[in-house]
Design a protein around this ligand. Structure first.
Ligand code: SAM
Length: 268
């Protein structure tokens, strides 16, 4: 980031006030999001916006929300989850059986409001019987997201990719909303975690979902996060990224494509 001009000053101020290091994001992306917020509230200069943010916590929260866009839904894009359920889980199961284990761990990194980790939990519950112990670690940088995720309450439109049978099996209807049932909720542990600055979760995961999160990161941060994922995956573990994302070429020795359309990779 260019420090010293009004924009650079604003960015470092927001980083300080929010505790989120914005230099880890692409500058063009941050600029677009800041310009978007300023347009909405009708502020014309970066210096005025900077002053305003020092005293207006609500606007600071709105800006941070705009930057860490939280768009998500259950079984987002559908086909990667179908592939995970029908092609990846059978392979994980066979590998586990060979090593005499019935334990399976998945990390949803950048889990937003929880739709992704609960979707994974539904896939695991559809595939494995009660003999298996399955758990999902779900992390995000955004406290508001994590609070909603923990409540497990969703508007009907968030479930538009789920059929009626799945809705009935995994949700209760509450005042026109859908609440995820306790037996699925219990499988998911939510925790605040910043992928760009914190060390990875110290566990060995059988799969890591990090979908539509790294698009906001610069190349250096992507590298840090991907090296962390490499370390956190068990051997034979899978990495699933967003459909519009790609891995830098230097990672081709670490992650082998399993399906390039669904953006699913196997740890080498
Ligand atoms: C577009 S959502 C993706 C949600 C979900 N993975 C999906 O594909 O539907 C991006 C999420 O990444 C989170 N995020 C952004 N920067 C992050 C960081 N440095 N560490 C952890 N999470 C981050 C945001 O808060 C947001 O919830």
């Amino acid at each position: 980031m260019v420090i010293g001009d009004d924009f650079g000053f604003l960015v470092s101020k927001v980083s300080k006030l929010s505790g989120i290091d914005l230099s880890k994001y692409r500058e063009s992306y941050i600029k677009r999001r800041i310009d978007f917020r300023m347009k909405i509230i009708g502020v014309e200069s970066y210096s005025k916006y900077c002053k305003m943010l020092s005293t207006n916590q609500k606007e600071l929260d709105s800006l941070i929300n705009t930057i860490t866009i939280n768009v998500t839904e259950f079984m987002r894009d559908k086909t990667p989850f179908e592939f995970f359920l029908n092609k990846i889980l059978p392979q994980i199961r066979d590998r586990k059986i060979r090593s005499n284990s019935r334990l399976l761990r998945v990390w949803s990194a950048g889990c937003s409001y929880g739709e992704e980790p609960y979707s994974i939990a539904i896939c695991l519950s559809e595939f494995f019987d009660r003999e298996w112990i399955t758990s999902i670690y779900a992390t995000d940088i955004d406290d508001q997201c994590l609070d909603t995720a923990k409540s497990g309450l969703y508007k009907p439109e968030q479930l538009r990719n789920l059929n009626e049978e799945i809705k009935l099996k995994y949700f209760e209807k509450v005042n026109g909303h859908y609440r995820i049932k306790d037996f699925i909720k219990k499988k998911v542990k939510f925790k605040k975690h910043d992928l760009t600055t914190q060390p990875p979760i110290s566990s060995f995961f059988d799969a890591i979902f990090c979908r539509n999160v790294m698009i906001y990161f610069n190349e250096e941060q992507k590298r840090k996060v991907l090296n962390d994922f490499y370390r956190s995956l068990s051997s034979g573990g899978y990495l699933i990224i967003g459909k519009s994302e790609s891995l830098p070429v230097e990672f081709k020795n670490k992650f082998k494509p399993v399906d390039l359309r669904e953006k699913i990779y196997l740890k080498v």
